[in-house]
Design a binder for this molecule. Structure first.
Ligand SMILES: NC(=O)C1=CN([C@@H]2O[C@H](COP(=O)(O)OP(=O)(O)OC[C@H]3O[C@@H](n4cnc5c(N)ncnc54)[C@H](OP(=O)(O)O)[C@@H]3O)[C@@H](O)[C@H]2O)C=CC1
Ligand SMILES: Cc1cn([C@H]2C[C@H](O)[C@@H](COP(=O)(O)OP(=O)(O)O[C@H]3O[C@@H](C)C(=O)[C@@H](O)[C@H]3O)O2)c(=O)[nH]c1=O
Length: 295
């Protein structure tokens, strides 16, 4: 199976490469492209490259992920997350290639009422209404894929964290080591998805011949404050963490009060594993520690 990986230098892109390196199977050939090797907004180049490669599967990890930045740099966010994704889907449809694409919890409205009414989280078919511009662009990307008619898996993840690239856990560890005190919001609820588990489960979905939209995240419901506290405890970082409300931590883009994704659909597919968030955090921190030891 020939697999093209787009956005290869991001956190999920790097995790896919680690996964294939560990698998080392002669049955799978992974062709990773960083943004400088292939810019997905360059439609002509994208079509040319995919035609040349005759891939069976394209995994799209490329995205504009700066949530606050998207409010200001609207054109870029729209181009990368929506227009380029729609073109990619058309190309995949023409080439009869399977497209695996990632989307976000921020496609949902994220109200506190939803937290009370949906204790298990948003199911895949719950009506979308994006919370911010990044979420809007990601939603348009999803719609572009569905209307292209290409064979696809759209995997929505939330609060993505892993040992490679930038994420909340790594930001907290950096800030926690620099400062004596931090303020972290305690009125936004959700659950982290860990890159290693996301890649594993996506692969299970592909191997099981699944298509359509799936949610992948961990078990549990926590706030960012809980997540920060647990990170410092597990990594033995001594910093005072103050819980604050969203109003006390203003950001350019609005964040949801609730963005838990329901994982019943993925859980029903044989071979998948939905892990507890504490276990995901532990194994991520272990991986970071072993990277630090290796220097
Ligand atoms: N991070 C998170 O918390 C969440 C992420 N997601 C989704 O998961 C997916 C993976 O996210 P994640 O790995 O964290 O993202 P990252 O920001 O870590 O990586 C995104 C990658 O996309 C690349 N990229 C950006 N623009 C282009 C372009 N025009 N052409 C080609 N590549 C480009 C970037 O390249 P470069 O580094 O050179 O800019 C980067 O390597 C995305 O679809 C994201 O929307 C969903 C929910 C949560
Ligand atoms: C750094 C920091 C953040 N926060 C808050 C801001 C925000 O509400 C929350 C998380 O901050 P981040 O900047 O990591 O979060 P954010 O960029 O919103 O993360 C999102 O990324 C995109 C790509 C997604 O798709 C989402 O699923 C989600 O993971 O924590 C604090 O309260 N204190 C802090 O010191």
């Amino acid at each position: 199976m020939k697999i093209v990986l787009l956005g290869a230098s991001g956190q999920l892109g790097q995790e896919w490469q680690v996964f294939f390196n560990k698998q080392a199977s002669a049955d799978h050939l992974l062709l990773p492209y960083t943004s400088s090797q292939l810019d997905i907004t360059n439609e002509e180049e994208l079509a040319h490259e995919l035609e040349q490669q005759e891939a069976d599967v394209v995994i799209n990890c490329a995205a504009y992920t700066d949530v606050d930045g998207a409010e200001e740099h609207r054109d870029t966010a729209l181009k990368v997350n929506a227009e380029a994704v729609a073109s990619l889907a058309e190309i995949c449809s023409d080439l009869d290639c399977m497209l695996i694409h990632y989307s976000t919890d921020y496609v949902f409205p994220g109200s506190l009422d939803d937290r009370d009414n949906l204790p298990g989280g948003y199911p895949e078919d719950y009506p979308t209404n994006a919370i911010n511009y990044y979420g809007e662009t990601k939603l348009k990307g999803e719609e572009g894929i569905r209307s292209s008619g290409c064979r696809h898996l759209i995997v929505r993840v939330s609060w993505l964290c892993g040992a490679y690239g930038a994420n909340f856990v790594k930001t907290m560890l950096m800030l926690g080591r620099e400062r004596d005190q931090l303020q972290v919001v305690n009125d936004q609820w959700g659950s982290p998805a860990f890159t290693e588990n996301v890649v594993f489960n996506t692969w299970q979905l592909l191997e099981a011949g699944q298509s359509g939209t799936y949610h992948i995240t961990s078990k549990g419901l926590i706030t960012w404050y809980d997540f920060a506290r647990a990170t410092f405890e597990a990594a033995s970082v001594n910093v005072e963490v103050q819980p604050v409300s969203s109003d006390q931590f203003p950001t350019a883009a609005k964040r949801p009060h609730f963005s838990k994704l329901n994982t019943n659909k993925v859980k029903a597919v044989a071979g998948t594993k939905v892990i507890d968030w504490k276990l995901g955090l532990k194994s991520m921190l272990e991986e970071l520690e072993s990277q630090a030891k290796e220097g």
